[in-house]
Design a protein around this ligand. Structure first.
Ligand code: SF4
Length: 373
């Protein structure tokens, strides 16, 4: 069992807070990039050759900028190269301004059966400073259009902890998402990444992000509102209606192998991690010269121990302590910290799985780091 991620490094415009890899001036080499993505899929076939592909995920960037014929080409290349499961989960990240009824029907005809829609906010003022390409109305309407077009499995992304966002405004956002009857919601706390326009705005004091307390309160409100609306909180930032957990993302957290195609994409094969060059021109030059376009790192036992803790603790399934101990024996310090977090009721042990409590979810990264080898 394995997954394939394809990074589409194109965007219409640069969102203020974004530090992903993409280019807004890609039109002249769009076709060459598609052909390089196909080449890379074939060139790396041995990395997951003997495994059944269970999920394909078009992420970015903005995959909804792809021509339908190119989605078809990429999917055909994958099907011709690998053995794909019959109930393949095939996700496309889409921005609201690219969603039309005709487009949704076309995506569906290619085999896309899940959309992850970058709403981020239903508020026009937020969308303006974020420099999103869509309006608040487009955000609301696109979900209904996607549902009408026959895609049932729809996830939407929201961001909390925004400047000037009080709890009432955040609750309104959550309710709007619930009312759209989507199957999945991903909600992320705003982080101010260096080298983003947002970082500059914060430095110049033109924008003031929410305080840690506000962010924590909004996370709490999110958890309880979505729980009441029938969503399962299965990963720190992810909530799903029964039967609609994202297979692709869950596989990342469960340590399942995946192959990342395209500039900046990451791959994992159980023992090593690799990351493709995050430069469109250099990526195409290397792929066209049949050269390797990624760097690779063999994971030490310590790396694997820490990674299992970090990813497992974020999920509702927790960390399998037997699997963890296979990487490294538990140190005295580890045992003491574990006991301390259990005493604080931040974590609990259930049938040998280490799981965060509701309160512990606020401290997920801190707890993982404290327990790192
Ligand atoms: S559309 Fe997505 S990837 Fe592109 S700049 Fe905005 S947030 Fe980043």
């Amino acid at each position: 069992m394995a997954g394939i991620y394809i990074h589409i490094p194109f965007c219409k415009q640069k969102c203020t807070y974004c530090d992903f890899h993409f280019s807004t001036s890609y039109q002249s080499y769009y076709d060459s990039m598609i052909s390089c993505l196909q080449k890379e899929i074939v060139a790396r076939k041995d990395e997951i050759q003997n495994q059944v592909i269970e999920t394909i995920y078009f992420g970015g960037g903005t995959p909804s900028l792809l021509k339908t014929t190119d989605i078809e080409k990429l999917l055909q290349t994958i099907h011709a190269t690998f053995h794909c499961a019959e109930n393949l989960e095939c996700t496309l990240e889409a921005n609201p301004d690219d969603i039309t009824l005709q487009q949704v029907e076309a995506w569906k005809s290619t085999g896309i059966n899940r959309l992850s829609v970058g709403i981020q906010s239903f508020d026009s003022e937020d969308l303006l400073w974020m420099n999103r390409a869509h309006s608040a109305d487009e955000g609301l309407n696109c979900i209904r259009i996607a549902q009408k077009g026959g895609i049932k499995n729809i996830s939407l992304d929201l961001i909390y902890g925004l400047p000037n966002m009080d709890n009432d405004r955040w609750m309104k956002q959550i309710q709007q998402a619930i009312d759209l009857d989507v199957t999945h919601i991903s909600a992320y706390c705003l982080t101010v990444e260096e080298k983003t326009a947002l970082h500059q705005l914060v430095k110049k004091k033109q924008i003031q992000p929410a305080s840690n307390e506000q962010q924590s309160e909004q996370f709490e409100l999110l958890i309880s509102a979505l729980k009441n609306a029938g969503f399962e909180h299965y990963e720190i930032s992810n909530f799903a209606k029964p039967g609609f957990i994202s297979k692709h993302n869950s596989n990342y957290w469960k340590g399942i192998h995946y192959l990342g195609i395209g500039p900046s994409a990451h791959s994992f094969d159980g023992n090593s991690r690799s990351w493709n060059i995050a430069n469109n021109q250099q990526y195409m030059r290397l792929i066209n010269a049949d050269e390797i376009a990624f760097e690779k790192e063999i994971l030490s036992s310590k790396d694997q121990f820490n990674e299992l803790l970090l990813t497992g603790l974020r999920t509702c399934w927790g960390v399998d302590m037997t699997a963890l101990q296979k990487h490294l024996p538990f140190s005295k310090e580890f045992e003491m910290k574990l006991a301390d977090f259990q005493a604080k009721k931040w974590i609990r042990m259930e049938e040998n799985q280490l799981i965060l409590s509701e309160e512990g979810k606020h401290w997920a990264d801190f707890i993982a780091q404290e327990l790192f080898a």
